[in-house]
Design a binder for this molecule. Structure first.
Ligand SMILES: NC(=O)c1ccc[n+]([C@@H]2O[C@H](COP(=O)([O-])OP(=O)(O)OC[C@H]3O[C@@H](n4cnc5c(N)ncnc54)[C@H](O)[C@@H]3O)[C@@H](O)[C@H]2O)c1
Length: 252
């Protein structure tokens, strides 16, 4: 119960890694507000997480909507009396060759993967500074913050920027006792990588072959690292991106 009673917001919690984080946080005793566009999915996550502990609250919202970002933070404070942890997990991907990359997809990826974590973190930081509370921000980055694949220009740029956002926020917010870290998954079995999604359905076997640990990740692999970074065990860790990817990055 490393997160007992910790008031937490988890974005992108209707599926995949976010669902895994929600379940892990329930097991660790957190009180969570799950935010997602997908109403049925986020309610199902709350039901699954509730079987392990406190049943999370849910909020259907587009995290890129400027009129909702402050309300998401306030909703958690209203529900729990405080906010302790913000998990910026929601993300989107679109693959296309650089020369043909659609401008609207570029904007969408930057809005969801970079600007929303920036602005949600800013709202949370203002609250923590005002309330003199030590907050924790953990964002879901990607190995694409360090390495690239074909046709992933906008996604890689967004995750690379999220890595530097994490470092820069850590620098500015450290004196307030607020830590900012990220987890960088490699290929993980989720909706984003399911066959039929934007990704190539044969990727799973191809990926496993070039991962030293010879398997792709599961959402709980990522959730374990997020829980550590959100816990008091990581109170002297800030500005870091921890890659959870079976050793993929070290493969030349
Ligand atoms: N699956 C992988 O292999 C992998 C690898 C590296 C990084 N990631 C990152 O992990 C995070 C979670 O991805 P996933 O694989 O679980 O994907 P997923 O598609 O399974 O889940 C993403 C969730 O985010 C929600 N979402 C998307 N845009 C939103 C918005 N604007 N507002 C609110 N909710 C929104 C979706 O509805 C969905 O429930 C993302 O940041 C992704 O970039 C995934």
């Amino acid at each position: 119960m490393r997160l007992h009673g910790k008031a937490t917001i988890i974005t992108g919690a209707a599926d995949g890694i976010g669902r895994g984080i929600a379940i892990k946080f329930a097991q660790e005793g957190a009180d969570s507000l799950l935010v997602d566009l997908n109403k049925a999915g986020v309610e199902e996550t709350a039901r699954l997480a509730g079987a392990h502990g406190y049943t999370p609250k849910t909020m259907v919202a587009d995290i890129s909507d400027r009129t909702l970002q402050g309300k998401i933070i306030q909703r958690a404070i209203d529900e729990f009396g405080v906010l302790d942890i913000l998990v910026n997990n929601a993300g989107v991907v679109f693959v296309a060759p650089f020369a043909e990359f659609p401008t609207d997809k570029l904007h969408r990826i930057m809005e969801v993967n970079l600007k929303a974590p920036f602005l949600l973190s800013q709202h949370a930081a203002r609250y923590w500074i005002e309330a003199k509370r030590p907050g924790r921000i953990v964002s879901t980055s990607s190995i694409n913050a360090e390495s690239v694949q074909a046709n992933s220009v906008a996604y890689s740029a967004s995750k690379g920027a999220l890595r530097m956002l994490t470092k820069a926020m850590a620098f500015d917010l450290g004196p307030h006792g607020i830590t900012c870290n990220a987890v960088g998954p490699g290929h993980t079995r989720t909706g984003m990588t399911r066959p039929g999604h934007a990704a190539d359905p044969t990727r799973e076997a191809k990926s496993a072959a070039v991962i030293p640990l010879r398997r792709i990740g599961e959402p709980q692999d990522i959730a374990n690292a997020v829980a550590f970074l959100a816990s008091s065990e990581a109170s002297y860790v800030t500005g870091q991106t921890i890659y959870v990817e079976g050793g993929r990055i070290i493969w030349a």
